[in-house]
Design a protein around this ligand. Structure first.
Ligand code: ATP
Length: 303
């Protein structure tokens, strides 16, 4: 597997506190890597080390197969980033702000229009940035990060503080990028719901440690499927199932059946009906990813 980013034993200590500890981050090419963790878990510190903005206490960072320490300039030329709130010249227009940066990068003149188009800001290209909403400013920040056609784009909490429509715009924008430009994207967030809708690979950090790293599909398999059956005389119904060797749990007058196949569920329902029970409701009770995330990070807290 080709990894665009690979850290080994990456560690950052502030005084006695380990903000990042022995982190092994592996980001495959072309993925949208959701970097997830509660506030203070070490996401920003990790991202700052990936961008060469902060020296690790120990460990290494490899990007595009090269060591960041040894090949910093060449690596960072191919990386775009949006960390914290970007600052702009408020009295200049969106296009003028990007033009300032374009000159620094030395990319061709038309690139400003291209990136404005990508982030859907072409209509307001000639408007002063001081009147922009936070969502527009974030999109302008992404436009700036795209100027030098990065192969790796790193976004630290890009939807923080945005309203729901701003969040959806940024999400749709980010989703389009890998397929069109072959880019690899890292996006950090403390909200699983956010990552769940964007990421293809997930890394979860808690207290500076990586506690889960795999594809979002593998993460989803952690959510156990169960079926809740609401039935009259639930206790009697439950006892009759138990007597037949069918495992279930009785909760609040409902029977919870965990990890059963469709055929097993059908047989159980038939059984209950034949025993004279009325079935009021048969519902899926999928343990949400949010629950799993909370459980994972809570388990880590206890250790
Ligand atoms: N410059 C610093 N000096 C001392 N401690 C720091 C410094 N930067 C971060 N920390 C500490 O390191 C830990 C991780 O912080 P970090 O900002 O990386 O977390 P985070 O996951 O990005 O959280 P958030 O989402 O709140 O930004 C925190 O306990 C924080 O207090």
């Amino acid at each position: 597997m080709e990894y665009i980013v690979e850290t080994r034993k990456l560690t950052k200590r502030f005084g006695k506190e380990f903000a990042v500890s022995d982190l092994a981050m592996k980001i495959p090419k072309g993925e949208i890597y959701g970097f997830l963790g509660p506030n203070g878990a070490g996401k920003t510190t990790t991202i700052r080390m990936l961008l060469g903005l902060m020296q690790p206490t120990a460990g290494s960072v490899r990007i595009f197969g090269s060591d960041l320490k040894k090949d910093r300039i060449n690596i960072l030329k191919k990386v775009g980033s949006l960390v914290e709130n970007p600052s702009y010249y408020p009295h200049l227009t969106a296009a003028e702000n990007l033009e300032v940066l374009r000159k620094i990068y030395g990319t061709e003149k038309n690139r400003v229009n291209e990136v404005l188009e990508i982030v859907r800001l072409s209509d307001v290209a000639n408007k002063k940035v001081k009147g922009f909403s936070l969502g527009m400013k974030q999109r302008l920040g992404i436009a700036a990060a795209l100027l030098n056609r990065p192969e790796l784009l790193i976004l630290d909490e890009p939807t923080n503080g945005l309203d729901p429509s701003g969040i959806i715009e940024i999400r749709n924008l980010i989703k389009r990028l890998p397929s069109i430009y072959g880019m690899t994207i890292v996006i950090s967030s403390h909200l699983l719901s956010e990552i769940d809708q964007i990421a293809t690979t997930v890394g979860i950090v808690s207290k500076g440690k990586m506690i889960f790293q795999d594809s979002i599909d593998v993460m989803r398999t952690f959510s156990k499927q169960s079926v809740v059956v609401k039935v009259n005389e639930s206790e009697k119904a439950w006892r009759s199932l138990m007597a037949k060797g069918i495992q279930g749990e009785l909760h609040d007058g409902k029977i919870l059946l965990v990890d059963k196949t469709d055929q097993e569920i059908a047989a159980i329902i038939r059984n209950l009906v034949q025993n004279g029970h009325d079935i009021y409701r048969v519902e899926e009770d999928k343990r949400s990813l949010e629950d799993i995330f909370l459980q994972m990070t809570a388990e880590e807290e206890r250790v």
